[in-house]
Design a protein around this ligand. Structure first.
Ligand code: TXA
Ligand code: MG
Length: 315
């Protein structure tokens, strides 16, 4: 098991030595390494068992600092950065030479974000390199939203877990870039599309590219618990499957289940997003045999939640 604590100095010492440190962000915990040190970055892929065709996001502390790593920021994306950084927004931008090809899997664009977490922002300011950090879970499994989640699964592989408590947003950042003159969303996430559209107008959704390595990370099966997750009407599915754990939203309107988890009794999508991954983990660890859940309203963060559920249900 890794040591867990709140020391920025300890975290930055390990990172300077090329070792891996788990860092808190508002979305999910990241498995961080010095993004400019290829050996350290290789360690991230290895620890996660992640295919090298799936590139990493680099994390830094300001728009100005981001410019050290990218050639330029097109006007609409700059507007988004100014509006939402620090926050759950990742931008795909033309990379400078200094960013290793391993980070971007050989692509010309690098994914950049400024996370909204005080500890991690302080950590980023204390080092002179950006942090490459994917979610700190084994490849394909549910993302971690608490330090214990990281410790359980990757504890042997990280030098230190920087403890920033539970993640407030709970699902990964929204990934945005441009093609020609159009703003495109490549991954639905913690920043709702509606918020983005208020700043830059209508965006194009490019989120269904499944197993195409040119659009990595939108793999069909991802964020998946070990147990089978079945989506759809809970009452109907309860009659089909015995010994089921149920994840639901709002009022309870189904019969008895082995275990239950309410994502938000008040039907608050923000709360549901924050609890989604720990719900999946909890149900996965329960003694039920199968997990049932229905789609949430397809609006705001509900769209990102449904996206995660769909991928989690694919085996
Ligand atoms: O909220 C988040 O974004 C979290 C925290 C830790 O920052 N990170 C995260 O990283 O979710 P990860 O590696 O689990 O997901 C990053 C996604 C992947 O789907 C990857 O394919 C995509 O970003 N990505 C990264 N760089 C890319 C690039 N250059 N072009 C296209 N997609 C990219
Ligand atoms: Mg991930």
């Amino acid at each position: 098991m890794a040591s867990i604590g709140k020391s920025i100095e300890t975290a930055s010492d390990f990172l300077k030595k090329g070792q891996l440190v788990a860092i808190p962000t508002e979305t999910v915990y990241g498995l961080a390494a010095n993004a400019l040190d290829t050996t350290a970055v290789a360690g991230v892929f290895e620890a996660k068992n992640r295919p090298v065709f799936d590139p990493l996001i680099i994390h830094t502390y300001s728009v100005i600092k981001a410019k050290d790593y990218v050639k330029s920021i097109p006007e609409p994306l700059l507007k988004l950065a100014n509006a939402f950084w620090p926050g759950p927004l990742t931008l795909l931008l033309a990379k400078k030479e200094i960013v290793p090809d391993l980070v971007t899997s050989g692509l010309d664009r690098v994914a950049v974000r400024v996370p909204n977490h005080a500890l991690t922002l302080d950590l980023l300011k204390s080092i002179d390199f950006p942090l490459a950090a994917p979610s700190a879970n084994p490849f394909g499994y549910v993302s971690p939203t608490a330090p214990e989640h990281v410790n359980k699964q990757l504890g042997e592989k990280v030098s230190y877990i920087l403890d920033g408590g539970n993640c407030e947003v709970g699902i990964e950042s929204t990934i945005v870039g441009m093609e020609e003159e159009k703003v495109c969303v490549y991954r639905l996430g913690g920043l709702a599309t509606e918020e983005i559209e208020k700043i830059v107008g209508k965006v194009e959704l490019k989120i269904n590219s499944s197993s195409n390595p040119a659009a990595p990370g939108q793999l069909k099966s991802h964020y998946a618990p070990m147990k089978q997750l079945v989506l759809g009407n809970i009452t109907e599915n309860l009659s089909k499957y015995k010994n089921a754990a149920v994840i639901y939203f709002g009022e309870k309107n189904f019969g008895n289940a082995k275990t239950e988890f309410n994502l938000s009794p008040d039907k608050n999508l923000k709360e549901a997003a924050a609890k989604l991954f720990s719900a999946l983990r909890k149900m996965d660890e329960s003694d039920a045999e199968i997990i049932l859940c229905d789609y949430l309203p397809e609006e705001g963060l509900g769209r990102a939640i449904n996206d995660r559920l769909k991928r989690a249900a694919v085996k």
